[in-house]
Design a protein around this ligand. Structure first.
Ligand SMILES: Cc1ncc(COP(=O)(O)O)c(C=O)c1O
Length: 375
């Protein structure tokens, strides 16, 4: 097992985020910025482990925030450019949002009318999210371009007379996708909104670009960026989340009980609480030293200790039987994990650990109080 001794030392459950893996991704993204002049922002909704913000800030231009709290986290720990977009800003939050944001992106002309002038008065760059109404994926849960989506302004609702106040436009439609899908989306944006891009300062291409995944077509991405820059003279922003911490995190867990005959095992982590995307997407995360179901002699359906019958992480097989106290290490657990976890059933939250390739240290440890204070 990779880093075998280390896995046995850390408390379980814990999210371990590997600095060197993070830096591998950041180097790819920094190179993209250098080669194209486009600016890359960290989408905090995916990865908000602010312990690493000073490191990430060395490579990237800034952050993308989903509202007041993320904007404040960025201001406190990232300390660079921050772009805040929300499907609907709340009146009582807005002054504080302005304090922490450089770009404010609105989701509708109604919100633009309500808050746009104020944002301008405070010297902010103001944008509007567009909906190109072009789906390039099959999962409606993650497809902002699906029919009747509430995200972004479709061409049918576009009010060309009210665009003078805008400095730029934003769109986001992708999820774990490659540059060919971005190209299809950009074509749809240009077809519907191309005339309005002229004379503006920037265009934000959102997130969902799996730029750091092996095999991603980065040359096509560069061509798309260059084409937009040349044609419209725009500053191009990208705000990926996953691409920044892809494959940089692990969830280290311990087997609490393994029943070989019934082919079930219970671990001290929960899909519902600690890796909700496993149930939501759904997908089967990889466990180091495991194999697909039934490929090896020892087969287990692995799940958590909550009451939810469906709190099953997946079915796996192993070379040897699992036993109480064994460590199981789930990979790619930095993204949409600690930002989405919860304490359903009173489940303890996993510790957060930073690993620099040699040493590990606990950055955050949680207790009963963290469960109680939210109730
Ligand atoms: C507006 C916006 N920007 C950026 C992102 C980040 O996407 P990802 O983590 O898939 O790259 C999302 C994800 O939902 C989003 O909604």
């Amino acid at each position: 097992m990779k880093y075998f001794n280390f896995w046995n030392e850390v408390p379980t459950p814990s999210y371990v985020v590997h600095k060197e893996e993070l830096e591998k991704n950041l180097e790819i993204l920094a190179k993209l910025q250098d080669e194209t002049g486009a600016k890359v922002l960290l989408a905090q909704k995916c990865f908000s482990m602010y312990y690493y913000y000073p490191l990430i800030a060395k490579y990237l231009t800034g952050t993308a925030s989903s509202g007041l709290y993320e904007a404040r986290l960025s201001k406190e720990y990232f300390k660079k450019e921050n772009h805040t977009y929300s499907p609907a800003f709340k009146e009582e939050d807005f002054d504080e949002v302005l304090k922490y944001s450089d770009h404010i992106v609105f989701n509708s002309f109604n919100q633009l009318k309500k808050f746009g002038e104020k944002a301008k008065t405070y010297g902010k760059s103001v944008g509007l999210r567009l909906n190109p109404e072009k789906s390039t994926q099959n999962n409606p849960l993650y497809d902002p371009a699906s029919p009747n989506s509430r995200l972004g302004v479709p061409i049918g609702e576009f009010v060309s007379e009210e665009t003078d106040i805008l400095d730029g436009f934003h769109f986001h439609t992708l999820c774990e996708q490659d540059a060919d899908d971005l190209e299809i989306t950009v074509n749809a944006v240009e077809k519907n909104f191309g005339v309005y891009l002229k004379g503006k300062k920037w265009l934000n291409l959102g997130g969902g670009h799996h730029i750091t995944r092996e095999g991603y077509n980065i040359e096509l991405l560069k061509r798309i960026i260059k084409n937009l820059q040349d044609k419209y003279n725009l500053e191009i922003y990208l705000e990926p989340g996953e691409a920044i911490a892809l494959n940089a995190g692990f969830l280290v867990t311990e087997v609490l009980e393994a029943k070989e005959k019934r082919q079930v095992a219970i671990v001290d982590t929960s899909a519902a609480c600690h890796m909700p995307d496993v149930l939501e997407m759904p997908y089967r995360p990889f466990i180091i030293n495991s194999y697909p179901a039934k490929e090896k002699p020892y087969n287990y359906k692995i799940g958590g200790p909550t009451c939810l019958a469906g709190d099953v992480i997946g079915e796996y097989s192993f070379d040897a039987p699992l036993k109480e106290g064994d460590r199981l290490v789930f990979t790619d657990m930095a993204i949409y994990s600690m930002v989405k976890n919860n304490t359903f059933n009173g489940m303890p939250l996993p510790s957060i650990i930073a690993f620099d390739g040699k040493n590990w240290k606990i950055v955050k440890k949680f207790s009963y109080e963290d469960f109680k204070m939210r109730l």
